[in-house]
Design a protein around this ligand. Structure first.
Ligand code: G
Ligand code: G
Ligand code: G
Ligand code: MN
Ligand code: NA
Length: 252
C-alpha cells in the first residue's frame, strides 16, 4: 500500500487526533490561545512522529487533503470548549497549501463552522513558504487578514536568511523557534541572536511568541525583553481536546 493510500485509510479510520498546546499572554497572565498539533496513533504500531508523517504527506502531495481533515477535527473540538470570544486557535499551514487557490475557501469554511465560539483563527506559516511565493500566498494572506484572521511566522530564524520578505508580507506574530529559547542559560547568559530577533520584531510591529519555554529562567529572560506570548512545557504540554477543555475550565 502506498503512503498516500495509508494516509487516506487512516483518515477514514479516524486514526488522527489533534492535541492543543496553550499559548500564554503576558499581559493577562492567562492562556489566550492554543496551537493545534496533529497526532497519528497507528493501531498495532503506536504513535508516528508528526514531523515524519507531515514531511511525507508534503512530499506525496497529500498535505492539503490531510490539513482539510485536520480542520474538520478541530471544528468538532472547538465547539465543545467554553473558551471566550477572541480565543486564538493556531493552525499550521504548509507551503503548498498557502500558495494554493484552495486555501481561502478551506479557511473560510473552517472559520464559518466554528463561528459560534467566535475564536480568532491564526494561520502559522513558515518562512520558506513566503520566500518561495509567486504571488498566490500573498493574495491569500491579504484576503484572509481582511476578514479578520491573523498570521504568524512559525519557527522563525530556522529557515532562510533572507529577511526582506518581512517587509513585504503583512503578518501579525513572529514565533521564535525553540532553538533560540534554549540558548538562554540558567545563569542568565546572553542570547544575542534571540535578542536581535526580539528587537527586529518590535521594530516591525510584530508581537513575539516564544516557543519551547521549558524553565522559569527562560521565561524571566524573555519577559524582561518584552515578549508578549509564551508556549512551552513550562506552562503546558500539548493535550487532547477533552483534557484541554478541563484544564481551561479549571482556570489555569
Ligand atoms: O507536534 P510536535 O509536537 O512534534 O510537531 C512536530 C512538527 O510537526 C512541528 O514542526 C509542527 O509544526 C508540525 N505539525 C504538527 N501538526 C501539524 C499540522 O497539522 N500541519 C502541519 N503542516 N504541521 C504540523
Ligand atoms: O489581540 P492580541 O494581539 O492582543 O492577541 C493576543 C492573543 O494572541 C493571545 O490570545 C495569544 O495567546 C494569541 N497568540 C499570539 N500568537 C499566537 C500564535 O502564534 N498562535 C496562537 N494560536 N495564538 C497566538
Ligand atoms: O509548529 P511547530 O514547529 O512550532 O511545533 C511545535 C513543536 O514544539 C511541537 O513538536 C511541540 O510538541 C513542541 N514543543 C512544545 N513545547 C515544547 C517545549 O517546551 N520544549 C520542546 N522541546 N518542544 C516543545
Ligand atoms: Mn507551529
Ligand atoms: Na514553531
Amino acid at each position: 500500500q502506498s503512503f498516500k493510500e495509508q494516509l487516506r485509510r487512516a483518515m477514514r479510520a479516524n486514526e488522527f487526533q489533534v492535541h492543543y498546546q496553550p499559548v500564554y499572554g503576558r499581559a493577562t497572565g492567562r492562556c489566550e490561545g492554543v496551537e493545534a498539533l496533529m497526532r497519528w496513533e497507528r493501531p498495532g504500531v503506536g504513535p508516528v512522529r508528526p514531523d515524519v508523517f507531515i514531511a511525507a504527506a508534503e512530499a506525496d502531495g497529500m498535505i492539503i487533503e490531510l490539513t482539510r481533515h485536520l480542520l474538520t477535527l478541530i471544528e468538532r473540538d472547538v465547539l465543545t470548549w467554553a473558551t471566550p470570544p477572541d480565543f486564538h486557535v493556531g493552525v499550521n499551514i504548509a507551503a503548498e497549501h498557502l500558495s494554493s487557490p484552495g486555501l481561502v475557501p478551506d479557511i473560510q469554511a473552517f472559520a464559518a463552522a466554528i463561528v459560534a465560539r467566535r475564536p480568532l483563527v491564526v494561520l502559522e506559516i513558515t518562512e520558506r513558504s513566503l520566500i518561495s511565493d509567486n504571488g498566490q500566498a500573498r493574495r491569500n494572506i491579504d484576503t484572509l487578514r481582511a476578514e479578520g484572521l491573523r498570521v504568524a511566522i512559525d519557527d522563525f530564524g530556522t529557515g532562510h536568511c533572507s529577511l526582506s520578505y518581512l517587509q513585504k508580507f503583512p503578518v501579525d506574530y513572529l514565533k521564535v523557534d525553540k532553538g533560540f529559547v534554549q540558548a538562554i542559560g540558567p545563569a542568565g547568559e546572553e542570547a544575542p541572536v534571540l535578542d536581535a530577533i526580539i528587537t527586529l520584531a518590535s521594530r516591525l510591529g510584530l508581537a513575539v511568541v516564544a516557543e519551547g519555554v521549558e524553565a522559569r529562567y527562560q521565561f524571566d529572560y524573555l519577559e524582561a525583553r518584552g515578549v508578549a506570548f509564551f508556549q512551552g512545557y513550562f506552562f503546558a504540554r500539548p493535550m487532547p481536546s477533552a483534557e484541554f477543555a478541563r484544564w481551561h475550565a479549571a482556570g489555569a
